[in-house]
Design a binder for this molecule. Structure first.
Ligand code: AMP
Length: 301
């Protein structure tokens, strides 16, 4: 079934203790789409500037990403820069230059309006709502968000949460959104805000999935070599939504499997700088790591 992602396509400058990436292909929609491309042909809605290198467009095309919704705006591409220390769960944002993103209003091509699976990447909640207003009856909508919107755009975010089936956010965001330090209680409060499926990512400690009636806990893959955590969350979301849209199901079991596929794609993504690892994966590597996850969570047969 069709899969739509709305988010950023960016030029990222990233410093980690293991190296540096300068103005590399990045952005939430990019990581998402490349991860999802192992399951489906995701449709991107985003904007880049006139300076966006053609070679990056080709990279997305090579992975069969549908770019009919990629607008070229007047001005420069969105740029983001971040720095990590040895605790790769923590990062400092060094710069965010919105550029063409500042006046962006997503416009969905006609064909995209009937997309069945929709992921609203981390952009202003009003823009996420604008996407929902252009779309008719999707089977499953999930969204991401970040602390900036939780702090400054609570009302719009509240509206959005009522209209999505699932929210994917990290532990500090969940605590802040629910104004509740305990994650199980935070998830319950988010259910009460109107969203029935809450997925809480805990960086290198895996992730939790709460519905009003069930709870699932996934470990993180014990990677020995991480070079660049940028995009892990978006790669998770891409693997998660990519799998769901391929099987066309959203029951509890499908979501649990999708969470593991999301974790698999996130674990690959951080092995190399930028999107490099997401370009060189094979089906065999993905299914082998999925089996590793089954093995490390097997407890009592
Ligand atoms: P993650 O590491 O999953 O949080 O995602 C990092 C990606 O998000 C980078 O590639 C950035 O280009 C992108 N990004 C960072 N800040 C923003 C923002 N304010 N709006 C949209 N995308 C952003």
């Amino acid at each position: 079934m069709s899969l739509l992602i709305v988010g950023s396509v960016a030029l990222d400058t990233v410093i980690t203790p293991f190296g540096k990436n300068n103005e590399a292909l990045g952005g939430s929609a990019t990581y998402f789409a490349l991860a999802a491309s192992y399951f489906n042909q995701p449709r991107i809605v985003a904007v880049v500037g006139e300076d966006f290198p053609e070679e990056h467009v080709q990279v997305l095309r090579t992975r069969q990403v549908d770019l009919k919704g990629l607008e070229i705006g007047d001005g420069k591409t969105f740029r983001w820069s971040g720095k990590y220390g040895y605790d790769l769960n923590e990062r400092d944002t060094l710069a965010t230059h919105l550029n063409v993103f500042e006046h962006f209003h997503p416009k969905l091509p006609e064909l995209y309006r009937t997309s069945q699976f929709v992921f609203l990447g981390n952009i202003h909640p009003n823009l996420q709502l604008e996407v929902l207003d252009q779309i008719s009856k999707p089977l499953f909508i999930a969204c991401d968000t970040m602390n900036m919107w939780i702090e400054n755009e609570r009302e719009a975010l509240g509206e959005l949460i009522k209209r999505v089936d699932a929210i994917v956010l990290n532990d500090s965001e969940a605590r802040e959104l629910a104004r509740e330090p305990n994650l199980a209680r935070a998830a319950r409060k988010i259910h009460d805000m109107g969203c029935r499926k809450v997925i809480i990512k805990k960086g290198e400690h895996g992730c939790l999935f709460f519905t009003p009636h069930s709870h699932f806990s996934a470990p993180a893959y014990p990677l020995e070599s991480i070079n660049d955590p940028t995009g892990a969350g978006d790669s998770f979301a891409g693997g998660f939504m990519g799998y769901l849209s391929r099987v066309g199901k959203v029951d509890d079991l499908a979501i649990r499997r999708a969470i593991i596929y999301g974790s698999v794609l996130a674990s690959f993504s951080v092995e190399l700088f930028g999107v490099d690892r997401l370009l060189s994966l094979s089906e065999e590597e993905i299914s082998s790591r999925y089996q590793d996850f089954q093995e490390i969570t097997r407890f009592d047969v």
